[in-house]
Write a protein that binds this ligand. Sequence first.
Ligand code: MV4
Length: 454
Amino acid sequence: MFKKVLIANRGEIALRVIRACRELDIATVAVFSTADRDSLHVRLADESVCIGPPAPAQSYNYIARLISAAEVTGADAIHPGYGFLSENAHFVEVCESCGFTFIGPSPEMIRRMGDKAEAKRTMKAAGLPMVPGSEGVITDVDEAASIAREIGYPVIVKASAGGGGRGMRIAHDEKQLRLGFGIAQAEAGAAFNNTAVYLEKYIVKPRHIEIQLFGDGQGGVVHLGERECSVQRNHQKLIEEAPSAVLTPEQRTAMGELAARGAASIGYRNAGTMEFLYDEDGWFYFMEMNTRIQVEHPVTEEVTGIDLVREQILVAAGEPMTFRQQDVQISGHAIECRINAEDFEHGFRPSPGRVTYWYKPGGPGLRVDSHVYAGYMIPPYYDSMIGKLIAHAKDRALAIRRMEIALEETIVEGIKTTIPFHRLALASEKFRSGDLSTRFVEELLRDRVPSPTP
Ligand code: MV4
């Protein structure tokens, strides 16, 4: 087992990894930018190293500085968390060539799944269902138009190097496609230095449902059920839950087995997620695979009782996974609300600054993953997420109630947060009945009764 792990991240996920290391008696090294000197991950780790100024490019994304920090502290392994360098194949190669174990997949797996057209080709070959569309990358707009005529409009042009909603263009007719195709290529070139795009039938009102996977790197892959992640805005998830209200047990098993088979086909190692679009007729289609631990992993941990971060560390250290498929039983229902330092009343604009008062909720079935404390200064340089509330209960209605109480109990002063949004969302008839789609947030805000003017 590792003796010392460096955590190449900040915020709540850094704390999450530190706690998992503690339980395994592994020493921890925190890295921090000058904006994060007073952060909890710096305090809670056994050692800490300043790696540069606030800008991520000068600190959390600066590979040479992370490697230097690992060298001077004598770490054996590096946990990337999510975001930053967690899906950077080059970083993994540098870690390994410098003698540090990267706690995650191999660079080949990251590269293969990071190329979305290649990921689709791989997963189609493994038998996963695909949205009708092009076979891989297309370079010719006439070919795009011909495929679109076959599958029917609307269609969507996606950047192969994109993902998470970046570099997409929707077309409702051939004129829009001919215009949008070139724009999508140009945008992809500018954003990812790669103009490759592919075409899909556009699913108008899908749900985003994803399957949590865990692979041992020896061809063993276990599926841990799904998460319903449709409640999102600008491709940022706001609420996630498990299980999804719409999947039948048969569908859950079918999706899980297909996803696990796909991941096994590449010998996947580490926690991973397959994202699916689920259409209004109940069909699901493979979309992308994420090769990292995700923000919303706690909802799966709550309903399965499996510690995914602990497993990541064990498997990276060459130990076997501690569970098999038959050990995975979904118990009850879990919901996560992401608390962001954002002013929901003003278009979710960032609201960094000092948290002057902080009271976090508690009680049975209520987990808080957060790095915030009273007096903490939220820096403006990073993601606005400052914590996650996770409610777990016997069924969905009780989990919603538990979350409502937690949201009511929470006191945050000094900054604005997304808590008022969550209260509105959880009170809505659509949410309560499980009538979700990726349009949920815009519909909720559109249908909102304006507050009476005095
Ligand atoms: C789609 C789609 C509809 N049809 N693909 C957005 C994120 C990226 N992973 C892919 N995305 C979408 N791809 C087809 N063929 C709709 C979306 C989409 C979406 C997907 C998941 C969650 C939220 C979303 C919000 C807008 C669009």
